[in-house]
Design a protein around this ligand. Sequence first.
Ligand code: NDP
Ligand code: ZN
Length: 355
Amino acid sequence: MKGLAMLKIGEIGWIEKDKPKCGPRDAIVKPLALAPCTSDVHTVWEGAIGDRHDMILGHEALGVVDEVGNEVKDFKPGDRVIVPAITPDWDSEAVQRGFPSQSGGALGGWKFSNFKDGVFGEYFHVNLADNNLAHLPEGMSLESAVMITDMMTTGFMAAENAEIGMGATVAVLGIGPVGLCGVAGAALRGAGRIFAVGTRPKAIEVAKEYGATDIISYKDGDTAEQILEATDGAGVDAVIVSGGGPDILIDALKMAKAGSKIANNNYYGKGVGEKDTIPLCRVNWGFGMADKDIVTGLCPGGRVRMERLADIISYGRMDPSLMATHVYKGFDKLEEALLLMKDKPRDLIKPVVLL
Ligand code: NDP
Ligand code: ZN
């Protein structure tokens, strides 16, 4: 079978591989809709998780079940499914501690295009099908449903990790597709004022649609200063970090009130200096004592999470298809879609490839 792969750091290409084999509790799935992610860009062009050779990329997919193992109960060939980007080992120790995405070690729930072939192949393998697949609701648009697999679950995770309360003031740093879902998640949790930070016009339009009340450009001067000024020096109750470089937490700490949460979505593809560090500001962090908590997370996967996010779409609370700015038809268009994600033209939020 054919797949779009990372050949080595900085290089992608089409390769041929054997069709994956199905274990007793697993499934083999054929893609129905695929989306490239900024994380694929960090993986290939920044070597963020180290070198990989001939690894099929991609972790955002809807599919049609091709084959299931003999212990799978709820799925059969021909079923249309939502495939989470994160597919934990549900019987692991990390799950019992409440951290499924970290099953098998840090980031261990992230298998596709990390330590096994991803979804950008003609077929791909899903571990624990009953726990890691969800049925695609009839009539749901593919452009919407594919956003559940990573963008919605990640952006909403930050809104949850930031513990946004009714009427809270929130800043969302970065309004690519992840940050836009952070905006939507903050609004759904009852935020009052929501600052959205970014410059791409289409993203600004969607941010407003999702509930942003104020748009801030990081290009118009210090972001934190602009937000402090707009809040008469008070700052914000919660910060969602979904963009910016390795020093973005300096901004976040400066605008965060004492007693606030900073929920990080960012995948730091590179750090600063020889020691590859992520800088914090000692003073704005209250010398380490101001109850400004930085919370991190890898996007939640699994069946129940996918089903719940699908309900958010089905019952009309959010329309994630607004983020699908570039829709391609055909498996061969994947490479173009991934390169678009790398180049990030001004009119892009997210490319989607329909098969
Ligand atoms: P995008 O590149 O599409 O969006 C980045 C956003 O950050 C843009 O709005 C950009 O503005 C904005 N930005 C750039 N510089 C700054 C700055 N200095 N201050 C504030 N905002 C800035 O990224 P995605 O939305 O696709 O992904 C966001 C991050 O989430 C990535 O690091 C990605 O790898 C990570 N991620 C993490 C996951 C997890 O499980 N934790 C899962 C999926 C993704 P502009 O409008 O000017 O472009
Ligand atoms: Zn991703």
